[in-house]
Each structure stands twice: as C-alpha cells, then as structure tokens.
Design a protein around this ligand. Structure first.
Ligand code: NAP
Length: 254
C-alpha cells in the first residue's frame, strides 16, 4: 500500500524529513511551501506552493489528493497554518502529527526578556537610543518604524523592500545556518547592544544568542504562540518513528 504524505514545510526540519522519506517506495511525499521566499532552496520531494485557502481549503486538498498522513513541520511561529492543519485534519479525518523544534532555554549569563511580539518589543526598548539587531522576518519588522530613535540592523534572506521608514538602519542579506564566530563579528562590528528575535529552537540560528551571552547583550525574545494539541515530535528522528508507527497502524486497519 502506498501512503500519501503531505508535509507542511518552510523549515530545515521539513526538508530533512522529506529527504529521509523520499527514497521510500511505500510513500508518496509532497512538501507544501507558502511561497514567501523568492528563491527557495531545492527540496528532495515534489513541492506545491501557496496557501490552500484556510482550513477548509486544506481539508479539501487532503481529501482530493487522498492524503493518508499530514505532517505539520512549519515554523513554531507560523501559528495560522498550524491551527489550520489541526482543524483540517479533524474535518477530513486525516491523521496528523507535528514536528516542531523544542524552544531554547536560557543559560547562565543570558540577558533574555520575553515579549509578546513586535509591539511589546517596541515598548520594552524604551526611549533611549539603542543599537538593535532585528533578527526577524521581513514581514514582521514594520512595527519598529514607531521607534525611530534606535539604529536597526536587519538581516534577511530576500531584500527588504521598501526599507524600514526609520532614519538609521542597515541591511544585510544572509541565510542560516550562522556560526558563533560570524555572529560575534557581526554584533561587534555593528556595536549592537540589543537583539530582538524569536525562540525558534534548533541550531541554525542559535549562534547569535551564544554570541550575545559572551558580549552581555540584551535579548528581547518573542514568546512562542500557542498551537492546538496534536501528537508532536521534537526532532526529525522522532517524527520518522511516529510516522512509521502511524503507517503500521493504518496498514493494520486500526
Ligand atoms: P502563517 O501566518 O501561519 O500562515 C499564513 C498563511 O500562509 C496560512 O494561512 C496559509 O494560507 C499560508 N501558509 C503558511 N505556511 C504554508 C505552507 N507550508 N504551505 C502552504 N501554505 C502555507 O505562516 P507564516 O508565519 O507567514 O509562515 C509562512 C511560511 O514560512 C511557513 O511555511 C513557515 O514554516 C515558514 N517560516 C515561518 C517563519 C516565522 O517566523 N513565522 C520562520 C521561518 C519560516 P492559507 O490559509 O491560504 O492556506
């Protein structure tokens, strides 16, 4: 029996999971991307791109494509698609599981302050001018226009267009993973005193936090959004084991 798996992706882990599943002859795997990145990295399985049209659209896709297992391997902060995945799985009766990286935990010496998103971060920055590394997606930086007293360093995969409407900002392009030496150099070169970021988990973007600890830099970190309950894996290996378990149950007709 061939199982049809839909992986909701846009993360390194989704690509890695797809790579592990691609050679298997008992599986037909499709990876779904939102289509935000202009030049996405190559994927090891066929890709479909663009939104489904909400939970109903995703449920219809699951039924039409006769998907037998849905894997939500989106970014932990992509809350809407994760909510849609849970709802669509329920509506369509398709089993689903989530692959989300565990959150980072602070270590001694870290100067983290948790905030509830960009507006809250702007408030926490205060009035005194800071030199801020905004380690956020292009779509999430607009609220910082309300804090023009600060300098902003913005690193993104695709150019930020139009630029942020603030008097003092610099833009660099880069796609993770980033190493600690590279991040130390970046923070020192730009004389950064504050980082604003998410608690993404994983290794690809952790180095800036290790570098911040060494330099005693403040970090304003967005709290993770809530996601609906779903059987969840914290690593690709764990997800593979859960998928096999699920498929074995399906083969047995459970
Ligand atoms: P979001 O706010 O949760 O989703 C917004 C809408 O985008 C969804 O309702 C859905 O449209 C569409 N969408 C999102 N992910 C999709 C996917 N994998 N396949 C097809 N459609 C998808 O998502 P987001 O935060 O904008 O993130 C977009 C993508 O970037 C995700 O794939 C995510 O994994 C990746 N990403 C996000 C972050 C982040 O910090 N948010 C960081 C790195 C990568 P419809 O309702 O029309 O189906």
């Amino acid at each position: 029996m061939t199982h049809r798996i839909l992986i909701l992706g846009g993360t390194t882990e989704a690509r890695q999971l797809a790579g592990k599943l691609a050679p298997r002859r008992d599986l037909d795997v499709t990876l779904s991307l939102a289509g935000r990145t202009q030049d996405p990295v190559a994927q090891p399985v066929p890709v479909r791109t663009g939104g489904f049209g909400g939970a109903e659209g995703l449920a219809a896709y699951l039924r039409d494509q006769e998907i037998t297992l849905l894997v939500d391997a989106t970014h932990p902060y992509a809350a809407r698609i994760s909510a849609n995945a849970a709802l669509a799985a329920r509506q369509s009766g398709v089993p689903a599981l989530r692959l989300h990286r565990p959150a980072w935990e602070p270590s001694p010496g870290d100067r983290w302050q948790m905030v509830d998103g960009a507006e809250d971060a702007v408030r926490a920055l205060g009035a005194a001018a800071r030199r801020i590394f905004l380690a956020l997606g292009r779509q999430e930086i607009a609220p910082f226009e309300t804090a023009p007293a600060h300098f902003f360093l913005i690193r993104s995969v695709d150019p930020v267009a139009p630029p942020l409407a603030v008097p003092d900002a610099a833009y660099i392009l880069g796609r993770g993973p980033f190493g600690e030496a590279e991040e130390l150099d970046l923070l020192e070169r730009w004389r950064i005193d504050t980082i604003v970021c998410k608690n993404s988990g994983g290794t690809a973007t952790y180095a800036k936090l290790a570098a911040a600890r060494r330099l005693g830099i403040d970090v304003l970190m967005f709290r993770r959004p809530d996601t609906p309950d779903m059987p969840s894996a914290g690593s690709v290996e764990e997800a593979l084991a859960m998928i096999d378990h699920r498929l074995t149950s399906t083969n047995r007709g459970e």
